[in-house]
Write a protein of this length. Structure first.
Lengths: 336, 330, 370
């Protein structure tokens, strides 16, 4: 009895300690402690809400990015997809103000789906390596933003109150944006961990040849990952232009590196096959906290980028060392 | 090409030889020149053609070690930031009274150290190169901003300016082009004619196997990352001389252009394949295409769109040809 | 299956044809094929107007190349209208060009191509005043007149500077507007563009100069932050300002992106009225916030007029009617007479005029203009 109980307790402890996200969680906690000592405003409700709002769009896009990275790919076109969907929706709602926010959101996701499928088709049917495909579509989609808008922009005046309000309101004290990101995260979590398709995505990422031999429809699943990434970027695009009340041809330039950083810092392996949704959320949270903290503590603006780089590096290193240590101790445990 | 693609059957080896990447690139360059020349009467002008190369020599210098790194199955996103960091350190040293050539030496050392740090983190700690260089991408650019902030360094001596803006003796050949040509030959020889080069391919093909067979994988990785840092710094020197000034934001976004050129040059992004010649051809293809479009005043955004199309088509086309050939024979 | 493959192949060939045809007749085709929105007609028209340098056999007027910081920036899109309007009046050709991202490298590449095309004038607004000097000198050596406007190239690389408004005046006026709003009391902060932007840096210097006046003794400039002219970064920096300085009374943002992002951040945080905002903003972007009282007053010059003026000056430089020496007189079309004045660095400068103030009373008549 007591032996069983002890074993049980140990396994619980192990699962907590062995969770892939331990390293980054500890790192985030440390960061929170340090920053809250430096700035009293850091741990206020309104600031926490702001941090969460700031990372909501990032985490939606990063989740899509993570799915692609899990399949051993990479999606560099996320920021351009986001901008293109945002611009197309922005132009549509400025000429058709009767479209409800929900419709705009669906439209953005639809456009994202089309752009994502182009990536997916090029990768699967065209046999073009993901990084090349998306490096190409990154420029193409960005160019299209410029082409459809002719360099013009959509500003706050041309958007309806409801549309801008979509990202401003709250449901049960939770900002809408955070709510939406949460829903996306839950669905993605369920999809990756509890559906056979999700499992297959992991499988083909960790070993594509074995996956094919095992009868997994590699192309279908690969395509799906890019499609999902596209849909989420489209959604992110609509939320983006609603939040910042503006659509421009340089919307979210450079955002792809942030999305990749969020996924990678969150423990998604660029070698494919591993990475979790909670990890991605923590990765986004870490990046969000760093940006927020740097604007709160009185630091020279010229230092910000260097500090940001150092923290990303430190997070990656801590995470790698910690998880390796844990893995070793666990395998030692297993053999004893 | 990807690990998911089936290898072509043997009887089409002849065909695939004809379809070798380098030939395709040569063909594309000819097409680009033809199109440009027929569209603009200013294109086929010796001075203009040589002048055009000033604009992509820094990218080209960085693309050489990037070829090594990508063949070895890694990636370096920090090149542009490293370029800026070493250029800024060089410039501040010069400003505080150091002889310009010593300052250049210092800059080259800094760049090498920056690359070394990447290499050590990637090899000793076995961290993914993408994650490490994403971190140093922000860090190195950040150091440049810390040092120079919103200031600029200018007033370099003419002898220094010459290496970025001058021509060789009385010919229309720009100095950076000459420097690049020499470097390209050196890098090509190292990659294709030495044991070191073969090991880079071996690591890209199967790193674990290399480790088991006693190859000093870590040391080679450190060396190629350091080399990347050195060449970034060298590109920084050239860029500083070309601009006659330095600011911490120089060369922003250069890393993506470099990677585009390398993959367009036929280097397998998963490692193990590629040649310096292909990369050099790709660099010129991109340079000529851009110059042609600029001559026709094609807006910047549309230019990058077309480069994107070019990238995808260059890789899609030979595959389609191969597939059509396969079908017509089978 | 076979059929699907063939369709696939065909579609690729179609894409290839599209790209080639795009190369053959520069941009209009591409845009026509890829655009799905109504704006097409206008876009194509503009591109056609700008991209036919060699197809017109009889040379009428001058080729004036206007190089901006980056394309797709609302401010420069407005300046383009002015360039086209002036070029039409003068019988010149306006080549409007710029890189995709605001970098000096991109501008240098473009200027090199413009030199190769032997345009008559290059009118440039610089991403980096110093890095562009060598290439501008090269242009001058090739006999091309170099005019600079909006954000000037350093003195060695220009022949005349079309200044939107006196730098000193712009800096001072922003402090004066904010002081009026906050009753000359409290902490203030500046939200600027990128830290390397010379325009903004010069204005900020003059703001600091203005703040030395004893009447501002109760106002304290606590910090300058940089939003890099990126919307989300400016938004976060603005948020950071009112959180890390709870006593903050006012923000000056001397950049059109920054002021719009700050207005959005203030609106979202419910701080409109508690923290005053002013700076330089585009009326169309700021209309909503000026009407809501979030930003009571801001200033800007007319970018259309600026483009118009730069084009007129370019034309006169090309024809040799002016050479850029202080004291020369010129007539810039509908904008009337101007005198070339000393720019303080030994060169000539033409001033557009004083900055224009926008507030709730006049915003409606301007918001649809630019």
């Amino acid at each position: 009895m007591s032996v069983i109980a002890r074993k049980k307790r140990r396994s619980v402890l192990l699962t907590i300690a062995g969770v892939r996200e331990t390293g980054i969680s500890i790192f985030i906690l440390l960061l929170v402690v340090v920053v809250s000592l430096r700035s009293p405003y850091f741990l206020t409700v309104s600031n926490i809400k702001d941090v969460l709002m700031d990372i909501a769009i990032l985490s939606i896009v990063a989740i899509g990015e993570a799915m692609v990275i899990i399949t051993r790919g990479i999606d560099l076109s996320v920021a351009s997809t986001l901008a293109l969907a945002g611009m197309a929706v922005g132009m549509t709602i400025s000429s058709h103000p009767e479209i409800p926010p929900g419709g705009a959101l669906l439209m953005g996701m639809g456009i994202g789906a089309v752009l994502g499928s182009v990536n997916g088709l090029l990768v699967t049917k065209g046999h073009i390596p993901p990084i090349i495909t998306t490096l190409g579509t990154m420029s193409i989609y960005r160019g299209l933003v410029f082409a459809i808008s002719g360099g013009a922009w959509v500003d706050a005046d041309e958007m309806t109150k409801e549309f801008i309000g979509m990202t401003k309101g709250e449901i049960l004290f939770i900002p809408n944006l955070v709510f939406m990101a949460g829903i996306v995260a839950i669905i993605s979590y369920y999809f990756l961990n509890h559906t056979s398709t999700g499992r297959q995505i992991y499988a083909l990422g960790s070993n594509p040849t074995a996956a094919r031999v095992a009868g997994i429809h590699v192309h279908r699943n690969l395509f799906l990952a890019y499609l999902i990434s596209g849909i989420l970027c489209g959604m992110g695009g609509v939320l983006w232009i609603s939040r910042y009340a503006s659509a421009q041809s340089d919307t979210a330039v450079g955002f792809e590196l942030q999305a990749i950083a969020a996924a990678v810092v969150g423990g998604v392996s660029t070698l494919g096959g591993s990475g979790t949704i909670p990890g991605v959320l923590l990765g986004s949270l870490l990046l969000g906290i760093v940006v927020n903290a740097l604007s709160l503590v009185h630091i020279s603006p010229f230092w910000k980028l260097a500090v940001q780089g150092l923290i990303i590096l430190a997070a990656v290193v801590t995470d790698a060392l910690l998880s390796r240590r844990l893995q070793q101790s666990r395998s030692a445990e297993g053999t004893s | 090409m990807t690990s998911l693609t089936k290898a072509p059957p043997k009887r089409f080896i002849m065909l695939s030889l004809l379809l070798r990447w380098e030939w395709l690139l040569v063909l594309l360059i000819i097409v680009a020149c033809f199109v440009n020349a027929s569209l603009s009467r200013y294109f086929l002008d010796v001075d203009n053609l040589f002048d055009m190369t000033f604009n992509f020599m820094e990218k080209s210098l960085v693309a050489l070690p990037m070829t090594f790194i990508i063949i070895s199955g890694n990636i370096d996103l920090s090149v542009a930031s490293n370029l800026a960091m070493s250029a800024v350190i060089m410039a501040t040293a010069f400003q505080s009274g150091l002889n310009i050539w010593l300052a250049v030496l210092l800059g080259l050392c800094i760049g090498t150290i920056g690359g070394l740090i990447n290499g050590l983190l990637v090899s000793r700690l076995r961290l993914p190169a993408l994650a490490v260089t994403l971190g140093t991408y922000a860090l190195y650019r950040g150091v440049a901003f810390v040092l120079l902030g919103d200031l600029v360094v200018k007033g370099f001596p003419d002898s220094f300016i010459y290496i970025g803006q001058g021509n060789v003796l009385n010919t229309p050949v720009p100095v950076p082009l000459l420097l690049f040509s020499v470097m390209a030959v050196v890098f090509g020889l190292v990659l294709h004619r030495t044991a070191f080069g073969r090991l880079i391919y071996a690591i890209g093909n199967n790193e674990e196997a290399c480790r088991y067979s006693g190859v000093a994988v870590n040391r080679i990785k450190v060396i190629i990352f350091a080399l990347s840092g050195f060449m970034s710094a060298l590109a920084g020197v050239i860029m500083t001389a070309r601009f006659g000034s330095v600011r911490p934001n120089i060369a922003a976004g250069l890393e993506l252009d470099v990677i585009t050129a390398v993959v367009l040059g036929g280097v397998d992004i998963f490692g193990g394949q590629g040649s310096i010649l292909g990369v050099v051809l790709a660099l010129f293809l991109m340079g000529i295409t851009r110059f042609g479009m600029s001559l026709k005043n094609v807006p910047g955004q549309v230019q990058s769109t077309l480069i994107g199309f070019l990238l995808i088509l260059a890789i899609l086309l030979p595959q389609l040809l191969r597939r059509f050939a396969l079908r017509s024979r089978g | 299956m076979k059929r699907a493959r063939m369709l696939y192949g065909l579609s690729v060939v179609a894409i290839l044809a599209l790209v080639l045809s795009a190369c053959a007749t520069p941009t209009p085709q591409v845009i026509k094929e890829t655009t799905v929105v109504k704006e097409t007609v206008e876009v194509t028209k503009v591109v056609v107007a700008t991209a036919t340098p060699e197809t017109v056999p009889e040379k009428k007027g001058y080729k004036i190349a206007m190089v901006v910081k980056n394309l797709g920036n609302p401010f420069f899109e407005a300046a383009k209208k002015g360039c086209e309007e002036a070029a039409k009046e003068l019988g010149d050709e306006c080549i409007f060009q710029g890189p995709a991202t605001p970098t000096a490298e991109g501008q240098i590449e473009i200027i090199d191509a413009l030199i190769a095309q032997k345009v008559d004038v290059i009118a440039i607004t610089a991403n980096d005043p110093d890095a562009l000097v060598p290439v501008c000198k090269k242009a001058m050596d090739a006999g091309i007149k170099v005019v600079t406007w909006d954000s000037a190239v350093a003195p060695g690389g220009r022949q005349i500077f079309v200044n939107q408004a006196d730098m000193e005046q712009i800096g001072r006026i922003e402090v004066q507007m904010l002081a009026e709003m906050i009753d000359y009391k409290g902490q203030i902060a500046i939200l600027s563009a990128a830290s390397t932007m010379t325009n903004q840096n010069t204005w900020i210097e003059w703001m600091k100069e203005e703040l030395k006046d004893p009447k501002y003794k109760d106002m304290e400039l606590v910090t300058v932050v940089y939003g890099d002219d990126l919307r989300e970064k400016s938004y976060t920096e603005a948020q950071g300002l009112f959180k890390s300085y709870p006593e903050l009374k006012g923000i000056i943002s001397p950049t059109t992106v920054g002021i719009a992002a700050a207005a959005r951040a203030l609106t979202d945080a419910g701080l409109c009225g508690k923290i005053a905002l002013t700076g330089l903003g585009l009326p169309s972007e700021m209309a909503e916030y000026i009407k809501s009282g979030c930003c009571k007053e801001m200033a800007l010059w007319n970018p259309i007029d600026l483009g118009y003026m730069a084009t007129y000056v370019s034309h006169l430089m090309a024809s040799g009617e002016i050479t850029g020496k202080p004291g020369e007189k010129l007539t810039a079309g509908k904008l009337g007479e101007r005198t070339v004045v000393d720019d303080g660095a030994g060169g000539g400068m033409v001033l557009l005029g004083p900055p224009f103030k926008f507030n709730a009373e006049n915003i409606d008549e301007w918001k649809n203009v630019y």
